[in-house]
Design a protein around this ligand. Structure first.
Ligand SMILES: Cc1cc2nc3c(=O)[nH]c(=O)nc-3n(C[C@H](O)[C@H](O)[C@H](O)COP(=O)(O)OP(=O)(O)OC[C@H]3O[C@@H](n4cnc5c(N)ncnc54)[C@H](O)[C@@H]3O)c2cc1C
Length: 500
């Protein structure tokens, strides 16, 4: 039986991943308790809750890939695995008493701005299809970039008689031991899980469309002695964090030609771990490093020296009830794993969002998602996005902290000046985006051909909608210097008592 209820909150956050947690913790630190986080999953952690494939781990060292306000000193290895990161995010939720604000198993379907009442009306579905409407003054999207699974458009996928799943929703009930397994798509997730499953499967066939750069990543667990040092003197972790930050801050612009060339050299050295020259040739990338999302692994290339691993570079024709056919060659499998990634460029358009004058966000973004500083988009008052358009850069947790800092400032201003709503001025957003696209256009490696257009780009003009073009420092500067006059504002006429 379905039930319909209506509730009211000052703020609604969508998503309880790192962004939702970071926002919630800052709200609570500011004494704001009247908010709810709507989360479709049954736990906190987002990326690290959903992606449980074998070998899943971060690519930014854990001393940096953690919140600055909740430093963990005893990360077991330089780049922590999924379970340890998820444990850390759960620890953050508990330490700051966030969990009681989360409504789990609740999927947000629509968000509509009511201009007469100056509020957002959000509809959700949960459980048996119960529908809840929540009204709020401020809506914060914490949806992340990696929530919409991308499946390939290969004919016959549904006809396959064996087991199949997407690597981002790993099916742990399927035993891969001694099975004939195909992996379709060889990028960030595949290079992490293939070395793990290659140890147990009977036959592993890897279908590659484009050879990617894979640069070395040493990840030996910290010794007990090192861990004791970090725990007794946390300033060592902070120092390490600062050093890692400097490295990522220089790398992430992808403009330092000398650095990029050094990285390509280490990539080629890494590739030399493959014994067979013919295979090495097939695995050699033909685009500049940085053109696609960088990949890091020291474990990936050696699997090609194993007898049970085969690389196929033929185009896939179709999936049949028993296997995969590529350029006329049929191979039979028990399991197919689709490691084809995510639809990264949808952002808030993944939810049915309607702003002022009844404009749907998909129409507002017909040329691809855009925002001011990745957070505010014109015509959608009191809406903020975390990890929104053009904020993908360096260490995401750090970028998120800066965005939360900015949103807290806007909330403070709304409260002080008793504002019903704020809406980014169109001229400001447009100028910001013209300058942004100009800067993005100067990053040569992002203009190169590497077959990954739909990862970074969207809309008919193929605008780059995901990446921030400068350093993390530059992003911080923009956030801290942002001028409040960039917003159209409306002083409260109604509802004042309800929110302030
Ligand atoms: C395998 C993997 C490894 C990564 N490694 C790194 C790394 O090393 N360094 C780095 O900086 N970044 C890394 N990233 C990027 C990572 O996504 C971010 O670092 C960070 O976790 C983003 O957090 P988020 O809260 O913005 O999004 P997410 O963690 O994706 O959380 C979004 C949440 O929103 C929920 N949600 C989505 N739609 C709805 C809806 N309609 N209704 C309700 N809830 C909804 C989801 O269930 C999810 O819990 C990695 C990503 C992946 C996939």
């Amino acid at each position: 039986m379905t039930e319909t209820t209506v509730t009211r909150r000052r703020l609604v956050l969508i998503g309880a991943g790192s962004a939702g947690l970071c926002m919630a913790i800052h709200l609570k630190k500011a004494g704001i308790e009247d908010f709810v986080i709507l989360e479709k999953g049954t736990g906190v952690g987002g990326t690290w809750y959903h992606n449980t494939y074998p070998g899943a781990e971060c690519d930014v060292q854990s001393h940096l890939y953690q919140f600055s306000f909740e430093q963990k000193n005893d990360w077991s290895q330089p780049y922590a695995g999924q379970k340890e990161i998820l444990g850390y995010l759960n620890h953050c939720a508990d330490t700051y008493d966030v969990r009681r604000h989360v409504q789990f198993g609740t999927t947000v379907e629509t968000a509509t701005w009511d201009e007469d009442a100056d509020l957002w009306r959000i509809t959700t579905v949960k459980g048996e299809g119960d529908v809840e409407t929540i009204e709020c003054q401020v809506l914060v999207s914490c949806l992340g970039m990696f929530n919409h699974l991308k499946w390939p458009t290969i004919p016959g996928i549904e006809d396959f008689g064996g087991d199949f799943f997407h690597s981002a929703r790993w099916d742990h009930d399927i035993d891969l031991k001694d099975k004939r397994v195909a992996v379709i798509g060889l990028a960030a997730s595949a290079i992490q899980f293939t070395p793990e499953i290659a140890k147990e499967v009977g036959e592993l066939v890897l279908y590659q469309r484009t050879a990617n750069w894979v640069v070395p990543k040493e990840n030996k667990p910290h010794t007990q002695e090192t861990l004791e040092k970090f725990c007794t003197d946390p300033s060592l972790v902070t120092k390490n964090r600062d050093e890692i930050y400097d490295v990522w801050n220089s790398l992430c612009t992808f403009t330092d030609k000398e650095l990029l060339s050094q990285i390509e050299d280490t990539g080629m050295e890494n590739l030399s771990l493959v014994n067979d020259p013919e295979l090495r040739e097939k695995l050699t990338p033909h685009h500049p490093f940085g053109c696609k999302r960088p990949l890091f692994s020291t474990l990936y290339y050696p699997i090609f020296n194993q007898d049970n691993v085969e690389l196929v570079t033929e185009d896939i024709d179709q999936v049949t009830p028993t296997g995969v056919v590529s350029e006329g060659n049929a191979r039979e499998f028990d399991v197919i794993i689709y490691a084809t990634g995510f639809r990264t460029t949808r952002y808030l358009a993944a939810v049915e969002v309607t702003g002022s004058n009844g404009v749907n966000i998909k129409d507002a973004w017909e040329d691809g998602p855009q925002a001011y500083l990745g957070m505010s988009t014109t015509g959608f008052p009191n809406l903020f996005m975390l990890y929104g358009p053009n904020t993908n850069q360096g260490c995401i947790l750090l970028m998120l902290e800066r965005q939360v800092e900015y949103i807290m400032r806007q909330l403070g201003r709304m409260e002080d000046q008793k504002l019903a709503w704020i809406d980014i001025r169109k001229d400001v957003m447009d100028d910001f985006n013209v300058a942004l696209q100009e800067s993005l256009g100067k990053v040569e490696v992002w203009q190169a051909e590497c077959g990954g257009d739909d990862y970074y780009r969207a809309g008919p003009n193929k605008r780059m909608v995901t990446n921030w073009p400068g350093t993390m420092d530059a992003f911080t500067d923009h956030i801290r210097k942002a001028d409040p006059d960039t917003y159209n504002i409306e002083v409260s006429r109604k509802n004042t008592d309800a929110w302030v």
